[in-house]
Design a protein around this ligand. Structure first.
Ligand code: GLC
Length: 542
């Protein structure tokens, strides 16, 4: 009897096709799956609104109003949450516009994972450096009393913080690769204020916000209203305007007697941590197992910029390691690909842009075809279409491709060579096609899952009743969503793919009501949202 491997090798092209189809299927989210996820999402929303300590924290923010664009003043803001720390000074002009000066400071791995005091000292040092660099100090409304000489500062702190007041909140857990010691359970404003006081800086942290809340407020300021803020960047999360009456867990808190609305920070990145609904693949499981927070932030790990590159790296590695024959890159890996988190989500974005955009790279920038690309043409006959690029029963010679397709694949080869450390001859046109396929699988799933979160907010706010074919829009006011983050801003077709799934979930009419607008200024500067909240705080304390 022939050994099993020989049988596999004989049928290799067919087996590869079947193997790739299996992987493709794992990443598809059909209508039923999308609907189930959204139904479960609504349940977790309501659990989080009723009780503390739930996987989805549904954090009351004590922000009970939204700016309308007429606010004025100059404020300091500090923004920690991703790759950079930002210090900004923002002048709100009262006409929905603002001016912004900002400085970014790198946050090293050591600061992210060392002692929390070192991180907070660094934050205070950065504010000090920023103020020193500014020729004129900000003119700010300072209120009265002993703090009247201090500059008020709003802190955007983009981690789950259980707020007990606008200027007080305990860190529940770190996310997005942060793990600084001795911070969990502590008041974040207190930690920052201590660091300011130790340095004798006349700065007072008057407000603490999550970036999603900042996005909602800042969009409300520039657009004259918003009811949801969402981040699709390094992490993902959303905040929306909820009725205080629905926040059962507030119990007898005075906010309940006041009634009205309050912004809730959902921390939707923690949705389905038990993974009963999210369709995990082996590539997701590996990512989770090797992460610094296994079993947490399940939803975020399917969606956000911190993780999409890593899921894709896991797919590449499995295709490189495939036996008895490698499927990708002739079985070669590079130091970049072998490194944990060595594939940046930016690569996915570049690859998809190179595929989408004819202008992205002139064909003359493309690398010449490899030997395998050239030698297959004569005997193979006619042209093949894009759907056949991954058909391993057919060879993929350059002359069999439409010119536009050839140029697209050549551009992708150039990107792979540049960013993943391959030599040009290691990357065939087939490899380029596989790379693009994997990137699109991962990012399309992320965009469709993002839609389940937005649909959940629309239903929770009572703007849509029912999910899927039952969905019925209530009223005609827009559902204004202020967004921020590299995926939604720069990833090709992210919003379009999200909207496709939104149509499935809340119908065409519902999808049209969702108005997505950037919550930042034109130059792509982040962190400004904090300032509108500090304004908010200053005004309400006057
Ligand atoms: C993570 C944080 C959350 C933040 C989001 C986007 O999910 O836990 O607080 O809003 O990233 O930055």
């Amino acid at each position: 009897m022939a050994p099993l491997t020989a049988t596999f090798a004989d049928a290799w092209p067919d087996k590869v096709n079947a193997h790739l189809a299996d992987i493709g299927d794992m990443f598809q989210l059909g209508e039923d799956v999308l609907r189930n996820i959204t139904t479960r999402f609504l349940q977790e929303f309501n659990q989080g609104l009723s009780q503390y300590g739930q996987a989805m924290a549904m954090i009351p923010t004590f922000v009970t109003g939204v700016p309308d664009g007429t606010e004025t003043g100059t404020f300091l803001a500090l923004d920690l949450g991703g790759t950079n720390l930002r210090v900004c000074q923002v002048d709100l002009n009262g006409d929905q516009t603002f001016n912004l000066k900002q400085q970014k400071y790198k946050v090293s791995e050591q600061l992210k994972t060392g002692e929390a005091t070192a991180l907070f000292d660094y934050m205070a040092d950065s504010v000090d450096a920023f103020l020193t660099e500014q020729s004129s100090s900000p003119t700010v409304p300072t209120g009265s009393g002993p703090d009247s000489l201090s500059l008020p500062l709003g802190l955007t702190f983009s981690f789950p913080v259980e707020q007990t007041a606008l200027d007080k909140g305990l860190l529940l857990t770190w996310t997005k690769g942060f793990s600084a010691k001795n911070a969990i359970g502590k008041d974040i404003v207190g930690l920052l204020q201590n660091a300011f006081d130790k340095k004798h800086l006349h700065v007072k942290c008057v407000a603490l916000v999550n970036d999603t809340v900042g996005a909602l407020l800042s969009r409300a300021y520039t657009a004259g209203g918003a009811s949801c803020g969402a981040i699709f960047g390094t992490g993902t999360n959303g905040a929306y305007v909820e009725k205080v009456a629905n926040l059962a867990k507030l119990g007898n808190h005075p906010a309940v007697a006041r009634g009205g609305d309050m912004i809730v920070n959902t921390e939707w990145g923690g949705f389905d941590n038990s993974r009963v609904t999210l369709p995990s693949t082996p590539f997701d499981n590996k990512l989770d197992r090797e992460s610094i927070n296994p079993r947490f932030q399940a939803f975020e790990k399917f969606i956000s910029g911190m993780y999409l590159g890593e899921i894709t790296r896991n797919i590449f590695l499995s295709l490189i390691d495939a036996a008895p024959k490698p499927i990708l890159f002739g079985g070669k890996a590079t130091p970049q690909l072998n490194k944990h988190y060595g594939l940046d989500t930016e690569l996915l974005s570049l690859v998809e842009a190179a595929w989408e955009d004819e202008e992205h790279l002139a064909p003359s920038d493309a690398l010449p075809p490899t030997a395998t690309d050239k030698h297959t043409s004569e005997e193979d006959g006619g042209k093949i279409d894009d759907a056949q690029l991954l058909d391993f029963t057919q060879s993929l010679g350059a002359s069999r491709l439409q010119t536009a397709t050839l140029h697209r694949l050549q551009r992708i080869r150039t990107i792979v060579v540049k960013h993943l450390g391959y030599s040009p001859e290691d990357v065939s046109l087939r490899d380029a096609a596989l790379v693009r396929w994997a990137c699109a699988l991962v990012s399309r799933r992320a965009a469709r899952l993002s839609a389940t979160a937005v649909a959940t907010v629309a239903v929770q706010m009572g703007r849509v009743k029912g999910i899927g074919s039952d969905a019925q829009v209530q009223g005609s006011d827009p559902i204004a969503v202020g967004v921020d983050g590299s995926l939604i801003q720069f990833y090709p077709r992210f919003e379009e793919r999200m909207r496709e799934a939104l149509r499935v979930l809340i119908g065409e009419e519902g999808e049209k009501l969702v108005k997505i607008g950037l919550a930042k200024d034109g130059s792509g500067v982040g962190g400004t949202h904090t300032c509108s909240l500090s304004l908010h705080c200053a005004l309400s304390s006057q």
